[in-house]
Every structure is written in C-alpha cells, then in structure tokens.
Design a protein around this ligand. Structure first.
Ligand SMILES: Cc1ncc(COP(=O)(O)O)c(C=O)c1O
Length: 436
C-alpha cells in the first residue's frame, strides 16, 4: 500500500471535504409527507395506502398488471424463485425447497442475492459466463449449458449495473428448451429493452420479476422490493406467502409454509415519495456516465458497455475496464490483495485505493459467483462448454472466463447522482494521473 496523498503523481489534487459516494439515497421531501401521513393515520403496519399506491404506480411504470410490495429485493427474488420451482416441480414439503434435486442456470457476475434463492429452495445453481457487450449472461454459453444439462427448466438472470441483458436471445433459447425465467431487475429499474420495435421495461421481461428499493438503488425506500407479474394468481400467491400463508379460516390455519416478507407502510411511504423522481435520477446517472466517457476517452480504459440499439440503461453505476496492455500487476487472494505501481498503468485495487484516499467511494466489480468460496464446487459454463477444469498441465488451452477477466480489470466508479461536475472532474483527474 502506498501513501497516495503524499504521492507526487497526485500533486495539486485535494481530497474531498465531504465524501463522494458510490450511490447514496437522494431524498426530495415528499417521502416525509407519506411517512407522516402513515403515522398520523396510524397505518404503521404491513397494510396501508402507501403500499397500495406503490404497487399501483410501479405496476403502471414497469408495464405489468400486478406488483406485490415486499420487505426487500431478496425477498422478491426468493418468492419469484420459489414460485418458479413450484410451477415446474410441484409443491414441496415444509422442510424442503421446491428446487430440490434440480439445477438452475444463473447469471454468474452479479450480487449473490440474485442467485442465493436457488439455494434457499434447495436447487443447484449452474453459473453461466458473462458476455462482453453488456456484461450480462452470455446467450452462447447458455445454449451450451442446455447442451450439457438438457433437463434444466429455470434461468435466473440479472441486468448488471442497470444495463439490460440480451433478452431476445436469452428468451428465444429459454422458449426452445421450455425454461422459465426469473428476472432480477434490482439494479435496472427504469432501464428499457427494445423487443419487436417496442420499448419494454426491465422487471417485465421474465416470467417472475423482482426489483429492489435498497438504499443504494436508483430510487429507495431505505429497504423494500417488489414482485412484478402479469398473473393475478402469481401475485395473490406471493402476497399470501409473504404474510405467513394464512388460509381462509377463523383461526390461523396453514397448508403451506409462510414468510414474513411483506413491505411496511412506512417504507412504502418513502418509496411513494421517490417514484416521481425516478426519471430524474436516471437522467442524472446518464449524465454522469456521459461525463466519465468523455473525460476518460483519451485513456487506455473503457466504460461498461451497453447495446445502444436495443437498450436504454438506467446507468445506475458507471464502471471502468482497464485495457489489458495498461494493467499494472495486481493479485487478489480470498480477502486481500497486492499491487505494484507502474508508470502509465494501473489496476482496479490501486485506483480504488486512490479514490478512497481522496474521500470518494468506488467498488470492485461483483466477484463472479463461480469464483466465490461458497459456490466453488457448483458447475460453471462458458462459451467453450464446461468451464471447470479446462486447463491441462501438458496442453496449452484457452480457458476463457469472461467474468473473471472483467472482475480482474474492472471497477465501479463513484456514481452518486448528487455528485457535482467539479467533483466528477476531480475523480477523472485522479484516474488520469495513473496513466500519464
Ligand atoms: C443484482 C441485485 N439483486 C438483488 C439485490 C437485493 O436487493 P435487496 O438489497 O433489496 O434485498 C441487489 C441489491 O441489493 C442487487 O444488486
């Protein structure tokens, strides 16, 4: 580790007085009104007008018939995945998951909340490698996976950092193989995808869809999430499961396992106050992305890519990928790292350390799930087929692993929508100093 502030490469650059965040909540005042109203009217529970309003407004925004307010995106993903499992394999016993004995194809480079519900439901995640055009699930690898595991009937897909996946290709493959899709739109609320000439919202593209109102998301309730669907039956089932699965009886009667996953009317008040600002936040994030792109265009780096014809991201996080030739040495262990400074080059950990030293927050790219200790023995499929055990001590092989490569060379830049132009210019300048 080097003393960045004393390093002559950064001469003349001052640390930020107040921290520049990766992506922090942006309150507008209306949130207070709905929270106060809930308290004044005593609707301080998991029922109330705020929940109803959020469900109605968000279903309209995303273009689905029903939204069910839940405690967080992870809960929405859990119930989406459970519903998919039950649809495919039937109701499970109370002490078993609906996916027991079954494999599920999953996005590999994502937050673990996307795919943990597969394990909650006793399924086995098979991780599908990432493509370079959008940093999402690679349709070519997905097709390969169906070749290796033809019995699989469920695919869990995330839209990373607010950039829509190649959904047309993914859906075509899923339809061909009779597979259902759980769509994790936690990071991509407001991002659009063009299908047959029509713009559709992420969160409406799968068979079972989820979004998140986590504190760092494009709009927030401090917590909260939604299950989104066009099926009344599915919406009713998720609402029932989320409120402890009560049957129609005068007492607490249960025929299936339940959860306490319902959204609170207080949280919903915060979300309700944020909804009018969703498009404004997206516009701010888009500007941040554009400024980084312009400000860094002379350096050996790229920003996270997206399909300009088929998609309109919400630009939740702007990310950087360092060109291979400009990578300085860096190694990562399970919890620690080492890097070496080299003139004209840098590495994600070095840049992240510098950003932190100047009082701004960046973040490594999501470490791919197939590299995580907890999932180290799960199958992993790349464009070449089985991605495990691909190298040979005696024969030179390629061993393509796109996710590992993006994790190694990439990082998330401070992308807070309250960041000023001056602050962003300073971050751009810090990054420049490495590559001079
Ligand atoms: C891709 C992705 N999926 C799921 C989640 C989980 O959402 P929550 O934090 O609301 O449970 C998050 C973020 O937190 C996420 O980034």
């Amino acid at each position: 580790m080097i003393d960045i502030l004393a390093d002559s490469r950064f001469a003349g650059i001052k640390p930020f007085n107040s921290k520049v965040w990766l992506s922090s909540p942006t309150m507008h005042g209306e949130e207070q009104r709905w929270v106060d109203e809930a308290i004044q009217t005593n609707w301080v529970s998991t029922v109330g007008a705020n929940i109803d309003a959020v469900e109605k407004q968000m279903a309209e925004y995303v273009g689905v018939k029903y939204a069910v307010g839940l405690s967080c995106g992870t809960a929405a993903l859990h119930l989406a995945t459970k519903l998919a499992g039950e649809r495919l394999y039937g109701q499970a016993k109370p002490n078993a998951g609906t996916l027991a004995g079954h494999k599920v194809f999953c996005s590999d480079m994502t937050f673990d909340a996307t795919i943990n519900p597969v394990a909650y439901e006793d399924g086995e995640a098979v991780f599908i490698d990432t493509e370079r055009d959008t940093w999402n699930m690679d349709p070519v690898a997905l097709e390969k996976a169906f070749g290796l595991y033809p019995d699989v009937r469920l695919v869990v897909i995330a839209h990373l950092y607010g950039t829509p996946s190649k959904m047309d290709q993914i859906k075509e493959i899923c339809v061909k193989h009779g597979a259902l899709i759980v769509e994790d739109a936690a990071e991509s609320l407001g991002a659009k995808y063009k299908h047959n000439g029509q713009w559709l919202e992420t969160g409406s593209l799968g068979d079972f869809n989820a979004i998140s109102y986590n504190g760092n998301k494009i709009i927030t309730g401090s917590a909260g999430g939604l299950f989104l669907t066009n099926s009344k039956e599915d919406a009713d089932k998720v609402r029932k499961w989320s409120t402890q699965s009560r049957e129609a009886a005068p007492w607490y009667q249960h025929e299936e396992i339940g959860y306490n996953y319902r959204m609170s009317n207080i949280i919903a008040g915060v979300v309700r106050g944020q909804i009018p600002y969703l498009n404004e936040h997206i516009a701010q994030k888009r500007e941040i992305y554009k400024r980084y792109k312009e400000g860094l265009k002379d350096l050996p780096v790229k920003l996270n890519p997206w399909d300009e014809e088929k998609s309109n991201p919400n630009f939740w996080l702007s990310c950087l990928l360092i060109d291979e030739e400009a990578m300085a040495p860096m190694v990562r262990g399970e919890r620690d790292y080492l890097y070496k400074s080299e003139s004209g080059k840098s590495s994600p950990q070095e840049i992240l350390e510098a950003i932190a030293a100047f009082n701004a927050e960046g973040r490594p790219i999501w470490k791919p799930m197939h590299m995580q200790p907890i999932y180290r023995t799960n199958p992993f499929v790349t464009v070449e087929g089985n991605g495990r055990g691909r190298t040979n001590a005696y024969i030179k092989g390629s061993g393509i692993d796109v996710g590992a490569d993006i994790f190694r060379r990439g990082l998330c830049l401070p992308s807070d929508n309250k960041m000023t132009e001056e602050q962003q210019d300073r971050i751009i300048e810090i990054i420049h100093r490495f590559f001079l």
